[in-house]
Design a protein around this ligand. Sequence first.
Ligand SMILES: *Cc1c(COP(=O)(O)O)cnc(C)c1O
Length: 398
Amino acid sequence: MGDYKHFESKAIRTQSDNSLHREHSTPIFMTSSFTFESAEQARAMFADEVDGNIYTRFTNPNNNEFIEKLCLLEETEAGIATASGMAAMFSSMAALLKTGDHVLASRSVFGSTHQLFTQIFPKWGIEHTYVDIDKPETWSGKINPNTKMIFAETPSNPGLDIIDLEWLGVLAAEHDLILNVDNCFATPFLQQPRKYGAHLVTHSTTKFIDGQGRTIGGAILGSEEIIQQIRFFTRHTGPSLSPFNGWLLSKSLETMPVRMEKHCENALKIAEYLEDHEELISVKYPFLPSHPQHLLAKKQMRYGGALVTFIVSGGYDRAVRFLDNLKMLSLTANLGDTRTTVTHPSSTTHSKLTLEEQNRVGIEPGLVRISVGLENVNDILEDIVGALEASKQKKVLN
Ligand SMILES: *Cc1c(COP(=O)(O)O)cnc(C)c1O
């Protein structure tokens, strides 16, 4: 692999060494295991005396290429490709925490991450406390002697809250805690948490890294020292990524910078246009001056991201009518696709939260989340505005 200066070149040019065929594009290594040249080589590889692929549950050339590239982009040493974003979240925590440990987590987290904290980790006596991102002064008071990790999502899903990564890095260092940042919404193109002292960067690669809605995957990135501990866990518990998906994801990284630029350009235009729309109570987008942490977003993110949320007047019924009146945009729980996707978090992705929990993270019944895609921005807007208009009145069925 070469030594390239800029983000885009790293994303495109980082590639495994050629095989015997001098191919230009990396082939897919669909093999469950690898042969040894000798019994001695096998012994040495198992003893970690020499590097090399042994078995695809551990490593595979496609996943290695994908992770090496992602490490360059996140400016970190080591990483692990996982079968899903949740496998990355779970493994990054389960590998490092034990019974009696405590995690401080930003309140607004992905729905399944919330389930990990509230339903799964308690089975093993691992506790958590949620903290509010708009009240950073309350965080240090909630750090206990058994606190081991800070877990944060910024921008959060679907709140689009921004947490000050620089401040978070200092807090983690002061209290000797592992800082684990879910960087799924931003991607390393918009924000690199490692620069602010995050020990772990976790990803659902299903979203903008794939970017075309084809695969489920994840990644855990950090220093070699910390990744080594997690690698032991993943090697023996098996949340490995398929080489086919690793190949797709490595290819996807090549276009990630241009895709993200366009996603963010379209999203900003849509947020700006919708901000004055009379059928909306509010519009939230990190790079709108009306966003409560606008300046912070500008400080730590290159662009504002692809997610825009708004609250329609008329609550749940209106939101549902809006969704049902869309013609082009896709109703799906996913995000980070070339296609613009629309979600109603309160009744789908975050429906497992109680109403009180939803309220505390800003999920109102009228909240709609849009993951702005790469279609022509005028077509996207026309569909949104048309559905807002059409949803004004309840449809009369005959
Ligand atoms: C989707 C998502 C996850 C989970 O990833 P999967 O690939 O669906 O397992 C975790 N965090 C965030 C912020 C997400 O959007």
